[in-house]
Write a protein that binds this ligand. Structure first.
Ligand SMILES: C[S@@+](CC[C@H](N)C(=O)[O-])C[C@H]1O[C@@H](n2cnc3c(N)ncnc32)[C@H](O)[C@@H]1O
Length: 303
């Protein structure tokens, strides 16, 4: 007798069930993101809003509200709303907090590292060339289940080698299409991901806890995440795709070190500028956050 269920069900329960990981705990207690690592990311988002004339920011999967808190400090005239399943953290009273997406959003809808946490089916090609659903027990033990047929898989992630695995991204496409459909303004998803020319052969299912990568298991005591098939999401939502390093560069985020003479003329200014340059460089780094994808849909543009 096994207690194995499809990954999508186990994942959903582990993160978002009554005692789920994200219901009990804040992401920042377990891993760093571009949003929580420095204020430079929020400053770029504030600049984007100013450039685009957007006065309301809705942050989906807002975690501990870190992005919104910094945005409020930069521009108190911005209307700010966090959409998050976890309880409201300590935030300025002006910041709104809800567990459901608003019906309509006029402004910027941003989802930073949300889609990678949207649970999806995991499948594997068996030795007979049949794609099968992967089932998992709470301790992470996995079994191959029933044969699995999916148009999404055929189109976006065909499996050819026995043992090859995929995460079926359809629920991410659906989730983001639903969110984008509510927006009059800009919708921006930022996440780690891959495209058809470079899918990882064995998928990317991963767990994190307390600052470290740990064995993958849907036990509610660790994050469960998988990279996003960003080209599928982009096609579905009419989004443009660019790397974070390019998007941030276009918003004036510059990782260049300050000139050395500043160290003599203004030592504390030099130290502050150096720290800031380091943070900007980390957000734009190859092999790190700079490789993240920005999916931008401008819903003000007529089709
Ligand atoms: C990886 S964390 C990202 C937190 C923050 N945006 C950051 O980048 O630091 C994902 C967050 O999305 C939230 N989340 C997942 N699905 C959600 C949903 N349907 N509605 C609201 N929040 C959701 C989780 O509770 C979790 O806090």
């Amino acid at each position: 007798m096994t207690s194995a269920v499809p990954w999508r069900d186990a994942w959903k329960h582990a993160l978002y069930g009554p005692d789920g990981f994200f219901r009990r705990d804040r992401p920042a207690n377990h891993f760093r993101t571009s949003v929580t690592a420095s204020t430079v990311f929020a400053e770029a988002i504030a600049r984007l809003c100013a450039q685009e004339g957007l006065g309301h920011v809705v942050d989906v999967g807002a975690g501990g509200g870190e992005l919104l808190a910094v945005l409020h400090g930069i521009d108190p005239s911005l209307r700010l709303t966090g959409v998050e399943l976890a309880p409201r953290p300590h935030l300025p009273a002006a910041v709104g907090w809800t567990d459901e997406l608003p019906e309509t959003v006029e402004g910027l809808l941003i989802a930073h590292e949300w889609l990678d946490n949207v649970p999806c089916d995991v499948v594997e090609l068996d030795d007979e060339g049949v794609v099968r659903l992967v089932e998992v027990e709470p301790d992470g033990t996995q079994h191959l289940g029933d044969p699995y047929v999916s148009d999404w898989l055929d189109r976006w992630w065909p499996l050819t080698e026995p043992g090859a695995r995929a995460e079926v991204g359809q629920p991410r496409d659906d989730a983001w299409a639903d969110a984008v459909g509510r927006v009059r303004g800009l919708a921006l998803a930022v996440d780690y991901g891959h495209t058809l020319d470079a899918r990882p052969p064995y998928g990317t299912l991963t767990s994190y806890a307390e600052g470290r990568e740990v064995d993958v298991a849907p036990d509610g005591r660790r994050d469960v995440t998988a990279h996003v098939a960003v080209d599928a999401v982009a096609e579905r939502t009419g989004a443009t795709l660019q790397r974070q390093r390019d998007a941030l560069a276009a918003l004036g985020v510059d990782g260049t070190r300050p000139p050395l003479d500043l160290a003599t003329s203004d030592p504390s200014g030099y130290v502050a500028a150096l720290a800031r340059a380091g943070e900007a460089a980390e957000l734009r780094a190859r092999g790190g956050w700079g490789d993240f994808w920005w999916l931008t849909t401008d819903t003000r543009v007529p089709d």
